[in-house]
Design a protein around this ligand. Structure first.
Ligand code: HEC
Ligand code: HEC
Ligand code: HEC
Ligand code: HEC
Ligand code: HEC
Length: 364
């Protein structure tokens, strides 16, 4: 009888308890990785004598991939239409024209579609395997200055840029610089919701960083902004006056790991020589009327000085401390992956209306 109770406790009651606790933990839900292992992994890269591995375009690949994976980052994260690929992975490279960036067209980072087309160099990050070397910029990121972000554990290109940008690892944005661990190790430990406490340098924390960007904080919208509204979206972390990047958790810090002090607060006050980032949107003058008072703008979003447990439509110019605050960031004007516009901008810059700038510069 006793052993029967113990059996029940271990096989039924405990798992149900643990599961319930997991469900109750606010904003920390476990990875969306579900399904049989063989969807994504192949043990020997051989089935009935034929290779199981695939190149990103889906054709058969005779050599196996790291971590026994069936395909590479691009292979899983691309598809013709929609938000997710046949692997259930968020699509960052649509193989047919998504018709623009934004909800219902692309995910938050934009799309690699345009840069992957010939002549699209200025319309995205030229990631190896997706696009050739950027004919105008070459390998080295504009503004590259490893001293600007000295001490980062996400060591980016320690001895200069001798090769093309990659999705992850030493010359990439996601994961961290450790070839042995495939430079990523996030998928099976992926947390979602508000991520603010990741431990830089700890390999196991990639999954606890915003979108596998080591050490970066943020709130992850569960659909990667496919159905985003002013109230439902990612939240990015920003710090007012982070001039020397002493805070290493902001989204602008991620960009700075490759782009140095590009567009940072050099100079420190008006007149500006480069457009400032990681600066609070003033609560006075034209800025007080951000987005004509309609709250968070998906066209020209702001980062937050604090990451809340949900996303918010409220934007309070002048607020440099709460989750409704407003901080200018690189992504106020740029997409992370790619867009239909030059300089990976969120909107047309040469266009006379410059609607995106006017979300903040409301009287210009
Ligand atoms: C939807 C795709 C997918 C499925 C299904 C999947 N994996 Fe993985 N797995 C990955 C990816 C991608 C990696 C590479 C590590 C990373 O990038 O985070 C990985 C890495 C691993 C690793 C290396 C350690 C680690 O955490 O990085 C092991 C072990 C592993 N998977 C085992 C399994 C087992 C066992 C199953 C089935 C129960 C499974 N995987 C199902 C995608 C998947
Ligand atoms: C075998 C398929 C597979 C491969 C290979 C793969 N991924 Fe994923 N990836 C997935 C799936 C499925 C998800 C969605 C589930 C999740 O969020 O954990 C995902 C989610 C992600 C996310 C979003 C995490 C979040 O916070 O929502 C990022 C970033 C990512 N992958 C990057 C990469 C990079 C970089 C590589 C190459 C090193 C890669 N993936 C390789 C299947 C894959
Ligand atoms: C791991 C390094 C790395 C990180 C991190 C990075 N970039 Fe880049 N970026 C590059 C490289 C390399 C180039 C030049 C080649 C190219 O276009 O891909 C570049 C080019 C650019 C360009 C010019 C594109 C063109 O062709 O005109 C913009 C704009 C840009 N990055 C913005 C950003 C923003 C915004 C972020 C943060 C979200 C960011 N980058 C993060 C490496 C990086
Ligand atoms: C997310 C809000 C935001 C967006 C979008 C934005 N700006 Fe700004 N801009 C600011 C803030 C904040 C300042 C600094 C105000 C201050 O001096 O305190 C600023 C400063 C400037 C200045 C310098 C003014 C001076 O006193 O030196 C110029 C010029 C400028 N912006 C032009 C632009 C242009 C052009 C665009 C579109 C490409 C743009 N801005 C988009 C928020 C924004
Ligand atoms: C206020 C809008 C705005 C913000 C904020 C902003 N950028 Fe830009 N960025 C632009 C515009 C507009 C261009 C096009 C070139 C120009 O006019 O300077 C550009 C161009 C670039 C380029 C291409 C330079 C080249 O040589 O082709 C890079 C790289 C870049 N930005 C990186 C960043 C990074 C990194 C951040 C954050 C630290 C950032 N930008 C913040 C508006 C912005």
């Amino acid at each position: 009888m006793k052993s029967y109770v113990r059996f029940l406790t271990f096989t039924l009651v405990l798992p149900i308890l643990i599961f319930t606790v997991l469900l109750l933990v606010p904003d920390v839900t476990y990875s969306a990785i579900t399904g049989v292992c063989s969807t994504c992994h192949t043990m020997h890269n051989s089935f009935q004598g034929q290779p199981m591995a695939k190149y990103s375009n889906g054709t058969s690949k005779p050599t196996p991939n790291p971590v026994l994976l069936i395909t590479d980052c691009i292979g899983c994260h691309s598809g013709p239409v929609g938000d997710k690929s046949t692997y259930g992975a968020p699509i960052v490279y649509h193989t047919s024209n998504p018709g623009g960036t934004g909800p219902g067209k692309t995910l938050a980072g934009g799309d690699f579609y345009w840069v992957a087309q010939s002549g699209g160099d200025r319309k995205g990050h030229n990631v190896a395997g997706l696009a050739n070397q950027d004919t105008l910029l070459g390998f080295t990121p504009p503004g590259w200055d490893p001293n600007a972000t000295a001490g980062t554990k996400h060591v980016v290109a320690p001895s200069g840029w001798t090769q093309q940008l990659t999705c992850y690892g030493t010359y990439g944005c996601h994961g961290w610089s450790d070839g042995i661990n495939y430079g990523l190790k996030g998928h099976h430990s992926n947390l979602s919701g508000a991520l603010t406490s990741s431990d830089i340098g700890n390999a196991s924390s990639v999954g606890a960083s915003y979108r596998f960007l080591l050490g970066i904080w943020g709130y992850e919208s569960s659909d990667w902004q496919w159905n985003a509204t002013s109230a439902t979206h990612n939240e990015y972390y920003g710090v007012n006056g982070n001039t020397n990047y002493s805070n290493k958790h902001t989204i602008s810090y991620l960009c700075a790991e490759c782009h140095g002090v590009f567009h940072s607060q050099t100079g420190g006050s008006s007149p500006w020589f480069r457009h400032p980032t990681d600066i609070v949107l003033p609560g006075t003058g034209e800025y007080a009327n951000y987005n004509n008072g309609s709250g968070y703008s998906l066209a020209s979003p702001v980062a937050r000085p604090a990451i809340g447990s949900s996303s918010s439509s409220t934007v309070t110019p002048g607020d440099a401390s709460t989750s409704n605050g407003a901080i200018v960031m690189c992504l106020s004007c740029h997409r992370a992956h790619g867009s239909e516009y030059d300089s990976i901008l969120r909107w047309e810059y040469s266009n006379a209306t410059q609607a995106g700038c006017k979300v903040c510069h409301t009287s210009k």
